[in-house]
Design a protein around this ligand. Structure first.
Ligand code: SAM
Ligand code: DTB
Ligand code: SF4
Length: 329
């Protein structure tokens, strides 16, 4: 059990749990920061090679015009003031050629995102299956995020060689209604269950910086850590406040707030890949290095995320070189 007095707090429970309470998670998030990071680092090193930071590249295979009303998202058709060109589903061969280019630049995983509410059977889904087969044939981990899925679609993706399905909770069940009105939390949980049933890895995380409280952050992490088994990867996004969305005036996330989220996610889910996701380019190499110490072990890699700029590959090369060993000269 976790002692909830932060001055005396100690972690003595078995490391793999799916029964964390929101109070326990909130106590962890509020720990003295250096103690929290130290504990997270200890758990991280027990379960992972500290040098192993996965590079995942992203591609928007169908952009904009999405019928959902997610308040943070530049791709929602509800936010008419956003400056974004809509694009229809890309050609599978072109997508695979871009995956190959990402692989040559050092990416191990390729995640393809479509601005859809849900997957529909037919030519477009068949094209996505062809993309998955092509990416898989390159020897990369293939991941897609396509909105809601039916069980047979999850099965078809698994048969095409998909490694993971990304479907985020985005925030806590309590705050969710402030952010999204067109689909429910329960809808999300059902899609995630269909993915699990098809044997897909779950890539499931959320966003901070949307106006949620620490209690909400704890509640979202509690839902994530409540999956048994835990999601194989958990992206932690810092809101990119995009002009023309309802959240355009939200303040930037503080680096130490992101650090608390990463460290707590690592403690709750010891084996999961915790990914520094959207918003990473706002943090210095030193701030990111603290997150890696606290257990982050994956990043989105490449000059763009889906529609927004990412940390540049040049900067990332410099950062990873600086985090490696010093050469003799
Ligand atoms: N339409 C699909 C869906 O929502 O399931 C897939 C694409 S959607 C862009 C994938 C995720 O990106 C969202 O769930 C959200 O967590 C994240 N995201 C989108 N816009 C963001 C932003 N402006 N800042 C941070 N994260 C964002
Ligand atoms: C995730 O959690 N973050 C990625 C990925 N999964 C699909 C998307 C971030 C999107 C940031 C805003 C944009 O590029 O449009
Ligand atoms: Fe559509 Fe996904 Fe953006 Fe929501 S997050 S508006 S579902 S693309």
């Amino acid at each position: 059990m976790l002692d909830q007095d932060p001055q005396k707090a100690s972690l003595t429970a078995s490391e793999f749990r799916s029964d964390w309470t929101v109070d326990e998670v909130e106590a962890l998030l509020r720990f003295p920061l250096l103690d929290l990071v130290g504990r997270a680092n200890e758990i991280h090193r027990r379960h992972h090679d500290a040098e192993d930071i996965q590079k995942a590249s992203l591609l928007s295979i169908k952009t904009g015009g999405c019928p959902e009303d997610c308040a943070y998202c530049p791709q929602s058709a509800h936010h008419k003031e956003v400056d974004l060109d809509k694009e229809k589903l890309m050609n599978p061969k072109h997508v695979v050629s871009l995956a190959k280019r990402a692989q040559q630049a050092g990416a191990e995983r390729f995640c393809m995102g479509a601005a859809w509410r849900r997957v529909r059977d037919g030519q477009e889904f068949d094209n996505v299956l062809e993309m998955v087969r092509g990416v898989n044939d390159l020897g990369m981990e293939a991941c897609v995020t396509l909105g809601m899925l039916e069980p047979h679609q999850a099965q078809a993706l698994a048969e095409a060689g998909l490694k993971a399905y990304n479907h985020n909770l985005d925030t806590s069940p309590e705050f969710y209604g402030e952010i999204i009105g067109t689909r429910t939390y329960q809808d999300r949980l059902e899609t995630l269950a269909h993915c699990r049933d098809a044997g897909l890895d779950l890539c499931c995380g959320g966003i901070i910086g949307m106006g949620e409280s620490w209690r909400d952050r704890a509640s979202m992490l509690q839902v994530l850590a409540g999956f048994d088994p835990h999601p194989e990867s958990v992206p932690i996004n810092a809101l990119i406040a995009t002009k023309g969305t309802p959240l355009e005036h939200r303040e930037k996330v503080q680096a130490f707030d992101l650090l608390r989220m990463v460290a707590t996610a690592r403690i709750l889910m010891p084996k999961t890949r915790v990914r520094l996701s959207a918003g990473r380019s706002d943090f210095s190499a030193a701030e990111q290095a603290l997150c890696f110490l606290a257990g982050a072990n994956s990043v989105f890699y490449g000059d763009v995320l889906l529609t927004a700029p990412n940390a540049g590959t040049g900067d990332d090369r410099d950062m990873f070189a600086a985090l490696g060993s010093l050469s003799a000269t």
